[in-house]
Write a protein of this length. Structure first.
Length: 236
């Protein structure tokens, strides 16, 4: 059994996207700078990097990953205003996605050298936490070959639909950005983009699949429990 890793869980509530991104960058830089300092110190003097797990929701916003295409945003600046939405090209992987109220956003800022130095395993572990959470509501989440995130009916190309998108940045084995899990999300906002650059697949939510809204706090608590178990975390 591997040892538990300390993590500080922070719930930022409903927060402007740019504010949350700036706060992530501050935490990321602190950890990156500390890691560089540690390289010049004997092992006994090195400071253990802290891990953070941020949970939040955002007002309507579209974000474009560094490998994405701006053409996948299907509205202009005036239409964005009408939608009361903002737009940011950002420094995570992946293409374009939407964040909004009723969606759980999780930003793990982890030092993967305390866990495992394998970004694919990291993404698969995040996916597994979502799959286990969905199972508690009798929703079968799955992986879809060739794509990240969590899907429903992934075995059927005609029915496959995404319920959780993922996009991360990792430098010096420190992670930021993360996942967006549609709980009670207004799915009409996805009509104004090509979600994740995939033009022939639908997006869904727990509310749509179950036929009723779900407590975001309840789902978040279940997700946290699975993240703690899978990553072997302990509150700092």
């Amino acid at each position: 059994m591997e040892h538990e890793r300390l993590v500080a869980v922070e719930d930022w509530g409903l927060i402007d996207y740019k504010s949350a991104w700036d706060r992530q960058e501050e935490l990321f830089k602190l950890k990156a700078d500390l890691k560089l300092q540690n390289r010049n110190l004997p092992e006994v003097q090195q400071i253990l990097l802290s891990n953070h797990l941020i949970l939040c929701q955002h007002p309507h916003v579209y974000t474009l990953g560094k490998s994405g295409s701006p053409e996948n945003l299907l509205v202009n600046a005036e239409q964005l205003k009408d939608l009361q939405a903002t737009y940011y090209p950002i420094n995570r992987g992946g293409d374009i996605t939407y964040h909004g109220p009723g969606q759980i956003v999780a930003y793990p800022i982890f030092d993967l050298e305390q866990f495992f130095t394998d970004i694919h395993r990291y993404l698969r572990t995040l996916e597994e936490a979502i799959i286990l959470t969905l199972a508690e509501y009798q929703i079968k989440g799955e992986r879809y070959d060739g794509y990240t995130g969590v899907w429903l009916d992934a075995h059927d190309d005609a029915k496959a639909r995404k319920i959780c998108a993922m996009g991360v940045r990792c430098s010096r084995w420190i992670t930021m950005h993360g996942l967006a899990f549609n709980v009670n999300t207004d799915l009409t906002y996805f009509d104004h983009i090509v979600p994740c650059g995939i033009d022939d697949k639908q997006v869904t939510s727990m509310e749509k699949e179950l036929g009723h809204a779900v407590s975001v706090k309840e789902v978040q608590d279940k997700l946290l429990r699975h993240l703690f178990q899978l990553f072997q975390l302990r509150n700092s």
